[in-house]
Design a protein around this ligand. Structure first.
Ligand code: C2E
Ligand code: CA
Ligand code: CA
Length: 708
């Protein structure tokens, strides 16, 4: 039909026009103002696939794809408005008579038909060019598809697999041959076996299949723990929906990272909660802490309706010994037990807090009888408790301070309770005392004394008393113990007062050296006369912490011309339980040099016979409390005999202290105690009365020998 020169439109002005049109390779249509086709050339008939007589008279709009059917009227509008400004060709889609779409370029011009304007439209199929573009686009697409981390599957409108990438097969673990088989079923089986909720998975597919234009996005959980995001959108060719694209993205690492982040947030929140609790709580005992107590006390003091506010400050007696001798675990156990009992006997307390260490405080408001409560606390806590196999009786000193109507600063009330507590300790421990202004004076005196002690050595106020120690078997004095004395402005301060004070301030180092130097100087001639004689000096744990203690002792002995083996160092058991291995090393090197170590006050505190064999000591000094048990000399005291036997079996020598009566002396002689010390033989005498002390002891020994 391409070669036909038939002219259908008889009324057209230029008869040769038809032939002219047919010469063009492009499809040409002359349109009437109402859009019907007046002329169509052979190329138009070819392009659209209709015979020319079917085209003429029909509306041209049916030759264009939906969406392009207004292109001609827009073209007409433009040409009418700006006839001198021709437009570049537009891209349109035409419709072939078989229903297929094709791409084309469209251009146009106006023809004046004697008054009415006709539109000449030319259309050039660009399918050939599109093919090349498509191929290029397709290769680009394939490259993109294969490089993407997403698994992609394209399903055609008829439900067949139209395309997929390797990643899709890899993600789902589908063998590639399944896809080549022509049926989707095996591949679908692989997919369905992996999803956690196959019903929901299928429901989404059905939903979008029923609604081809829909887009969807959901999350698919797999049985192996992975998580995929599933996207689906229609696949469009131009405006036509040709199928559906499914893409899957493995978001497992992202989900895991999110979960980890959430977990971290939860952990942080829990930690913050814990920290918050810790800020108000003593972690060991679960009691309130100092901050809570301070706040509660401040609030109570601001409250005008409260008739009374009582602060009970509690400090355990000799807690350091429990810690040192039985260990920190035992110490902790004891604190927990004390806290439990404390809470038990103060159910109406506003706050029961641990201030730190072995210090506790109870706040009571509107307590009818606070003295009764304090007494009850002392009683309840003093009940024995077993800790690490040892029976302990927690003993405590309690200071009580109260206010009636007058407002007091919280810190002042606590300070008053503290002063009362110290007074209770000084008064013999295991008791409570109510604050009294006189206690302030005592406190002032104590600080005064501490200041004076600082200057005592320099002022020559420290001196030494010497007390003989006798050997009943040899019938003579074998040893002297040096005992420190402080003469403060004519007043003798007892060592039980100033020695602990000196230990706290570290002054004991200076005082200890002074005592040793003075006593060595005094006793040296006596010592040199008989190598079996010796001098005993007391050494506190603080002194053993000084790294050069051993060297200083040996140098002092050397300067005085006294052999190291004539020195005895008296220590109490607690020095061995301070974690410091210094102490053991110091005593070791002194024993190496020949000096001996005596375990002072044996049997008191928390020491036990069983521990004796582990300690690096040569002598045991039985404390005077055991000696004082002997009254008539006829009693049976297995504790004394077993102490002495045990020590002897370990190769130690035994000294008994505090012998005041002949009965005591004879009793211990009967138990084969090696040495005796006490007022019976001689009181401790000042250095210049050294000969007198010797004389006293000799006379007492003679009297004993005469008796027996
Ligand atoms: P200690 O080492 O157990 O000394 C023995 C204490 O018992 C001395 O008390 C002594 O005077 C006393 N005493 C001796 N015989 C008898 C007696 O028959 N009956 C009674 N009731 N008591 C007797 P003192 O001199 O008051 O010393 C008390 C404590 O002070 C000493 O106990 C010792 O622990 C300490 N101390 C004394 N001087 C020094 C020192 O230079 N350095 C150190 N670190 N501590 C010292
Ligand atoms: Ca001693
Ligand atoms: Ca002693």
């Amino acid at each position: 039909m391409g070669g036909s020169k038939r002219q259908k439109n008889k009324d057209f002005a230029v008869p040769a026009f038809g032939a002219l049109l047919d010469a063009s390779p492009d499809a040409l249509l002359v349109l009437n103002p109402d859009g019907t086709i007046r002329l169509a050339n052979a190329a138009a008939s070819r392009l659209f696939g209709y015979p020319r007589d079917q085209l003429v008279g029909a509306s041209h709009r049916w030759l264009l794809s939906e969406g392009f059917r207004n292109e001609t009227s827009q073209l007409l509008e433009h040409l009418t408005a700006q006839p001198d400004e021709p437009l570049p060709p537009r891209e349109v889609y035409g419709l072939h008579c078989d229903g297929t779409e094709f791409a084309a370029e469209m251009a146009g011009s106006l023809i004046d038909d004697g008054g009415s304007q006709l539109l000449l439209v030319s259309l050039r199929g660009t399918g050939h060019r599109k093919d090349a573009d498509l191929r290029e686009a397709l290769s680009l697409l394939t490259a993109t598809l294969e490089s993407t981390a997403d698994g992609i599957l394209v399903i055609s409108s008829t439900g067949k697999v139209a395309g997929l990438n390797d990643q899709f097969l890899k993600m789902w673990g589908i063998p590639p041959e399944y896809m080549e088989a022509g049926s989707e079923e095996p591949a679908m089986g692989v997919v369905m076996s992996q999803v956690q909720d196959p019903a929901a998975f299928m429901a989404r597919i059905t939903e979008v299949t029923d609604n081809p234009a829909a887009e969807s996005h959901d999350v698919v959980d797999l049985v192996d723990g992975r998580t995929f995001e599933r996207y689906s959108r229609p696949q469009k060719v131009g405006h036509r929906i040709a199928g559906r694209v499914w893409s899957f993205r493995d978001v497992t690492p992202r989900r895991e990272a999110q979960e980890q982040a959430h977990q971290a947030m939860r952990d942080l929140a829990a930690q913050a909660e814990q920290l918050r609790a810790l800020a108000f709580q003593d972690p060991l005992t679960g009691l309130a802490n100092r901050a809570v107590f301070n706040e509660a006390l401040a609030v109570a003091l601001r409250e005008p309706r409260l008739k009374s506010v009582d602060v009970l400050l509690i400090d355990l007696d000799d807690f350091k010994e429990v810690n040192d001798i039985l260990g920190h675990q035992a110490g902790d156990d004891m604190l927990v037990e004390v806290a439990r009992r404390l809470r038990g006997c103060t159910p109406t307390a506003d706050v029961v807090a641990r201030l730190g260490g072995d210090e506790f405080v109870v706040l009571l408001t509107a307590c009818p009888d606070v003295e009764a409560t304090a007494a009850c606390i002392i009683r309840c806590l003093n009940v024995p408790v077993w800790i690490e196999g040892t029976m302990l009786r927690p003993s405590l000193s309690l200071g009580l301070a109260s206010i009636g109507k007058d407002a007091v600063v919280p810190s002042e009330l606590l300070r008053e309770a503290d002063i009362a507590m110290y007074a209770a300790k000084a008064a013999g421990k295991n008791r409570f005392l109510r604050f009294h202004p006189d206690m302030m004076t005592a406190l002032v005196q104590r600080t005064d004394m501490e200041a004076a002690l600082q200057l005592a050595v320099a002022r020559g106020e420290i001196s030494v008393d010497l007390q003989p120690i006798v050997s009943p078997r040899m019938g003579r004095v074998v040893k002297f113990e040096a005992l420190a004395r402080w003469n403060r402005d004519g007043e003798g301060i007892p060592p039980t007062v100033f020695i602990p004070m000196a230990e706290r301030s570290g002054l004991i180092n200076e005082i200890g050296t002074e005592v040793m130097a003075q006593s060595l100087a005094r006793v040296a001639p006596w010592l040199r006369a008989d190598p079996s004689r010796s001098l005993s000096v007391n050494v506190s744990g603080v002194q053993l912490l000084a790294p050069d203690f051993d060297e200083r002792v040996l140098r002092l002995a050397e300067v005085s011309g006294v052999a190291a083996y004539q020195l005895v160092l008296e220590v109490t058991e607690s020095v061995f339980f301070d974690a410091d291995c210094h102490v053991i090393r110091q005593l070791g090197s002194l024993r190496q040099a020949g000096a001996r170590v005596a375990l002072d006050d044996f049997g008191t505190g928390y020491s036990s016979l069983g521990r004796l064999q582990d300690l690096p000591v040569d002598i045991v000094k039985i404390d005077k409390t055991f000696v004082s048990m002997v009254r008539t000399g006829n009693e049976r005291l297995p504790i004394l005999s077993s102490m002495i036997n045990m020590a002897h079996s370990l190769g130690l020598t035994v000294t008994a202290e505090g012998i005041e009566t002949r009965e005591q002396a004879n009793y211990l002689i009967g138990l084969e105690c090696d040495s005796l010390q006490g007022y019976l033989f001689s009181r401790p005498e000042p250095g210049h009365r050294f000969e007198q002390a010797l004389l006293n002891a000799r006379q007492a020994l003679e009297a004993l020998a005469f008796e027996s």
